[in-house]
Ligand binder design. Structure first.
Ligand code: ADP
Ligand code: SF4
Length: 701
């Protein structure tokens, strides 16, 4: 290990338990619930194996009055849920790490769509009710004194069950708009009793939750308080620098650990496109000055130098991570073993967060094994040895080809990777030059650096290969990873790509990647709805071109609400002076004028546009695959055992899909049969029909 990183491996006491090092996987959503307990346990255990000293669950509901359906969430409602959580703690403990559980009551930020209990809140005010996940037509009820006592009792009961499940650290959650946080904010807490008004009153509920948790399990478990400080830091306080300072001062030594964060997913889990590493520091930098207890915080930390700086400058005691631990579960071990240049750094794309919004187990662009640890038996660092064949030729060194090459080479195959471009990276070569996307280059850099160090890999940049060359290449397995191309398809009234606008002045992102610059003014017409349309508009505006962005969707880059980017996309377009037209389809383009039509109204509209960039539909670039398959009769004589199409060349998708496809292909090479994909099932102590406790009814826990 580099001695300057030794400080990261200091143990840190947290109440009655001790974290073995400063690497702390903070609570984060995984999309895994009681429905897939083994998937969940293997996912968390892999991080413990990789050296994280503390491994936490995601939010775990303490009671049916906190029901986030249909989003995936975990429960600890009664003893039936204990065993499934114990799978996690046993697996984490097996690697010497501590297990933490984030007990959670969502208050007015959950809609209780399944339990049908009127949501709880301090004063009957709904939380962020325009966010799609929070939209519901039932307003929350204002909690009375009995409700407050109930929630505190439910927290204590859940804490006891957490201890029974083997957890070492038990959380109280007062962040991200959930119930504890709502009590802290005067906008949501307008109570006239001892729980509202002054900040000393507003922290009372949170303090009582912490005290009840300590009383329940404090002799055995550390009690952590997770708190959002962004809005409070912006609020003035009479005797402190801000209300955030005052809140921390009021509860300075109440918890055993402070877990400090920002207020909402878009700011707390900001995409790298808009937020750099350590972006939380200006909000949380004061906490350690006010408490003697350890402090953990996040900041998409992937650089050990940044981590050391956080500790040495007294910002954090524990280096919290969610995304960096997903992208590389072995990040701590790599630092400890002096292999920090092998860290698979998170690129900050937030596909992991989109998985949660999708309601499925977490996926990661950089780490295709995530969520597959139990189901497919994939390990992020180990691969099975090579099978019978000895050599592989991969055409196309984009994300799919690079990942296929890396995994095949690690398995021990002789790998040849060719690309017609002078550099490897495929789509990344252009996309990482767009505003905000530089760190996505880590997808290429991590793989290329590893490949360049392996003796069984030959790279051929600048090599466009034909079917005849493939037939003569004497390789057993051919992989076609030649990507996709953007088309000039328009968007039909049926909401599908239809008809093409093949005429002068109409560009695609491929034209821009090839160095062609459209004549201004430019209309960027986006029905891809992910990042590229917005990025291309920004890219052109940054070069001084007049740009208008139009989309049939209701928002710019409509799908990016899934990745926490959307508010910042709108802000970026606005700041660059880019005109925004939503809910409009492009009908035609002539004489410097683009004709648009309102999606719902049919109202015509004309926009001055010397050129148009259509960011819409992609088609596989699969000519090479079709050409080689046209010679399938000659494959056996040429020694070819298989020809595969992977990534965008098969089905155009996001980078996460291409990396996963490359990984899957290489894992399955020479497999006797299709890889088994195991199906997980719930574990309960009791059979179906076990009762849970209705609110305000008798409480068993
Ligand atoms: P994916 O996301 O599926 O990896 P990309 O579009 O990022 O796809 O990468 C595809 C790569 O394949 C590009 O770098 C492109 O230059 C390369 N390529 C396409 N056709 C050929 C060919 N006939 N010979 C060599 N390289 C090719
Ligand atoms: Fe990081 Fe993207 Fe992976 Fe999430 S999906 S952990 S943001 S690389």
């Amino acid at each position: 290990m580099n001695p300057k990183y030794a400080i990261l491996f200091d143990p840190v006491p947290i109440g009655p338990v001790t974290a073995p090092n400063r690497f702390y996987q903070v609570p984060h959503a995984s999309g895994m619930t009681e429905a897939n307990p083994r998937v969940r346990a293997a996912f968390r255990a892999t991080k413990a194996e990789g050296g994280w000293g503390v491994v936490s669950t995601g939010a775990v509901s303490i009671h049916p009055s906190c029901d986030d359906s249909p989003l995936p969430f975990a429960r600890l409602w009664d003893d039936n849920d204990v065993r499934a959580h114990a799978l996690v703690t046993e697996a984490v403990h097996a690697h010497g790490a501590l297990a933490a559980i984030e007990l959670w009551h969502g208050g007015a930020a959950v809609m209780n769509r399944s339990s049908r209990i009127a949501p709880y809140s301090p004063s009957g005010i709904p939380w962020a009710a325009t966010h799609v996940g929070f939209m519901g037509q039932q307003r929350p009820r204002a909690m009375d004194a009995g409700d407050i006592r109930d929630v505190i009792r439910w927290q204590a009961a859940a804490a006891r069950r957490a201890h029974a499940a083997g957890f070492d650290i038990v959380y109280v959650y007062a962040g991200m708009g959930y119930l504890g946080h709502q009590f802290l904010l005067p906008e949501y807490n307008q109570r006239a009793d001892a729980y509202g008004g002054s900040l000393a009153n507003r922290v009372r509920f949170v303090r009582e939750l912490v005290e009840a948790t300590r009383e329940a399990v404090g002799a055995h478990c550390g009690v952590a308080l997770r708190i959002s400080l962004e809005h409070l830091r912006a609020r003035p306080s009479e005797h402190h620098a801000s209300e955030a300072h005052e809140a921390v001062a009021l509860m300075a030594d109440v918890p055993d650990l402070w877990d400090v964060k920002l207020d909402s997913s878009p700011t707390d889990c900001g995409a790298s496109r808009f937020r750099p590493e350590a972006a939380h520091e200006p909000v949380v930098d004061f906490v350690k000055q006010l408490t003697g207890k350890p402090v953990v915080g996040v900041g998409r930390f992937t650089s050990p130098d940044t981590m050391v700086s956080q500790v040495q400058r007294g910002i954090l005691d524990l280096i919290g991570a969610a995304r960096p631990s997903i992208a590389d579960p072995f990040l701590p071990n790599k630092i400890r073993e002096g292999r920090e240049d092998e860290i698979r750094e998170c690129i900050g794309c937030n596909i992991c967060i989109a998985s949660w919004h999708d309601g499925v187990p977490v996926r990661c662009t950089q780490n295709p094994t995530v969520g597959e640890e139990w189901r497919r038996g994939w390990h992020p660092e180990r691969v099975p040895p090579a099978g019978r064949s000895d050599n592989v030729l991969i055409v196309g060194a984009g994300p799919a080809g690079l990942e296929a090459a890396l995994v095949a080479a690690r398995r021990g195959y002789e790998v040849t990777l060719a690309d017609r471009a002078a550099e490897t990276g495929g789509r990344l070569l252009f996309e990482t030059r767009l505003p905000g996307l530089a760190s996505w280059g880590r997808v290429r850099d991590y793989r290329l650096q590893a490949l360049q160090q392996m003796g069984n890999v030959t790279l051929y940049p600048g090599s466009e290969l034909s079917a005849a060359e493939l037939l003569a290449a004497e390789h057993a397995h051919l992989v076609i990873a030649t990507g996709a191309r953007w088309t000039r398809h328009l968007y039909s009234a049926m909401e599908i790509p239809a008809g093409r606008l093949e005429q002068d002045g109409v560009f695609t992102p491929d034209d821009l990647a090839a160095g062609r610059l459209p004549e201004p003014p430019v209309l960027v017409y986006d029905f891809d709805n992910y990042y590229l349309g917005g990025c291309v508009a920004e890219h052109l505006a940054a070069q001084g071109l007049a740009v208008t962005y139009a989309t049939p969707a209701g928002h710019a880059s409509a799908w990016t609400f899934m990745t926490n980017e959307q508010p910042f996309v709108h802000r970026a377009l606005h700041e660059r002076g880019i005109g925004l037209i939503t809910l409009s389809t492009l009908r035609g383009h002539r004489d410097g004028v683009a004709r648009l039509e309102g999606v719902f109204t049919g109202a015509p509209r004309e926009v001055a546009a010397a050129s148009i960039v259509i960011v819409g539909h992609r088609e596989p670039r699969d000519e090479l695959y079709r050409a080689i398959m046209a010679h399938s009769a000659a494959h056996a004589d040429a020694g070819i055992k298989s020809v595969s199409r992977i990534g965008d060349a098969l089905a155009p998708g996001a980078i996460v899909h291409a990396v996963h496809a490359g990984h899957l292909w290489a894992r399955q090479l020479d497999a006797a049969a299709d890889e088994a994909c195991l199906r997980d099932l719930p574990i309960t102590a009791a059979g179906p029909g076990a009762a849970y406790v209705a609110p305000n009814g008798p409480e068993a826990g």
